[in-house]
Ligand binder design. Structure first.
Ligand code: KG4
Ligand code: ZN
Length: 335
């Protein structure tokens, strides 16, 4: 049994989690605390890095103490401390990573620097006893990735976005539609009242044989439609039609990835995986193609520290640790 404490501070959520697990056993999440900064950044229409890092440092100590209390453990009982070391905002990553290293130093326990994307990738398996071979679709604000996963730590990138990430497209279109930041959940809400066939937005690269994505043409098509039909526009119809285009692209590329790799399972993760229409469409497509689907529970879809703690636990149990001079990397690739 190992007890891990992890910090996630790559963007605008300050998060601390404590997990307990062993080789081959299910991982228990003893605490998963998140202090969201969305309200703080909303008035600026997006994340302001300096405000984010300052707030991470203000919130972190209290969150660590709260997580320890919630988990019913003392800091001395923690076997290793982990933090996201990239990708993300440099000044935000530094706060979490330095705090985790400080605790590791003070207690004489090891430190692990964890890739944020590995956290997302593994999050659908947090409550399971193993990570099966599968195709991973990670859809977040900064990334849209397809990976062929053999098991923990064995990943091969098979597709990624050539421009905007899916969540980024949601956020930019949300802004165009005058919706609050972040646009993703707002568009999903508004889209429920709209007709997804009202506008025939482009599905870029859908019929090309590779597994890469492009969302900037779709975003521009929404912009031109708004300019062309100013005054005569249905926001719900635009939102629903935009969302349908994103879902069609993601689902069809995921199905193609499963076919090309021969994997029998697909796993969906990242903030955009909170989208119920996407989850339902992917579930339907997987059923039609005889594929299993794993999706993170809603608590672990958007940025959280439990997924970082879980990724760290698997590495720690495999005998891996990071040196204390492990640096943060704003553009850290997963593979
Ligand atoms: O994984 P995440 O919390 O942070 C990053 O690592 O980027 O993802 C945040 C993204 C944002 O772009 C947000 O708009 C999007 O996830 N998002 C959604 C929904 N909830 C969050 N997109 C579509 N539908 C949602 N319900
Ligand atoms: Zn994320």
């Amino acid at each position: 049994m190992a007890l891990l404490l992890a910090i996630e501070s790559s963007c605008d959520e300050t998060a601390v989690a404590i997990v307990r697990g062993s080789v081959g056993g299910a991982t228990e999440v003893l605490a998963s605390e998140i202090s969201s900064q969305i309200a703080l950044h909303r008035e600026h229409g997006g994340v302001v890095p300096e405000l984010a890092s300052r707030n991470h440092s203000l919130r972190l100590r209290g969150l660590v103490e709260f997580a320890l209390t919630e988990a019913g453990v003392s800091i001395g009982e923690i076997d290793a401390f982990a933090a996201t070391n990239g990708p993300g905002l440099a000044s935000s990553l530094l706060i979490g990573s330095t705090a985790a290293k400080g605790m590791a130093c003070a207690t004489g326990k090891p430190f692990l620097g964890i890739n944020h994307l590995e956290g997302h990738l593994l999050s659908p398996f947090l409550n399971q006893t193993s990570v099966p071979p599968h195709v991973a679709l990670i859809v977040s604000g900064g990334h849209t990735l397809l990976l062929d996963v053999e098991g923990p730590g064995r990943y091969q990138k098979i597709g990624s976005t050539r421009d905007d990430a899916a969540g980024e497209a949601y956020d930019k279109v949300g802004k165009m539609l005058g919706l609050p930041y972040p646009g993703g959940p707002e568009i999903e809400k508004v889209a429920r009242e709209g007709n997804s066939e009202a506008y025939d937005f482009p599905r870029s690269m859908l019929h090309e044989p590779h597994l890469d994505f492009s969302f900037s043409g779709l975003k521009t098509a929404v912009l031109y439609t708004l300019q062309r039909e100013a005054g005569n526009i249905s926001i719900p119809d635009i939102a629903a039609s935009f969302q349908q285009a994103v879902i069609d692209i993601l689902v069809q590329k995921a199905m193609r990835a499963a076919k090309l790799t021969g994997r029998g399972e697909v796993a969906l993760s990242g903030g955009v995986s909170l989208n119920k229409a996407l989850r339902a469409a992917l579930q339907h497509a997987c059923e039609q193609n005889g594929l299993a689907l794993s999706v993170a529970t809603p608590d672990f879809c958007a940025d959280n520290a439990a997924m970082i703690a879980f990724a760290a636990l698997l590495r720690f149990l495999a005998g891996e640790t990071s040196p204390l001079d492990n640096d943060i990397h704003p553009n850290l690739p997963l593979v």
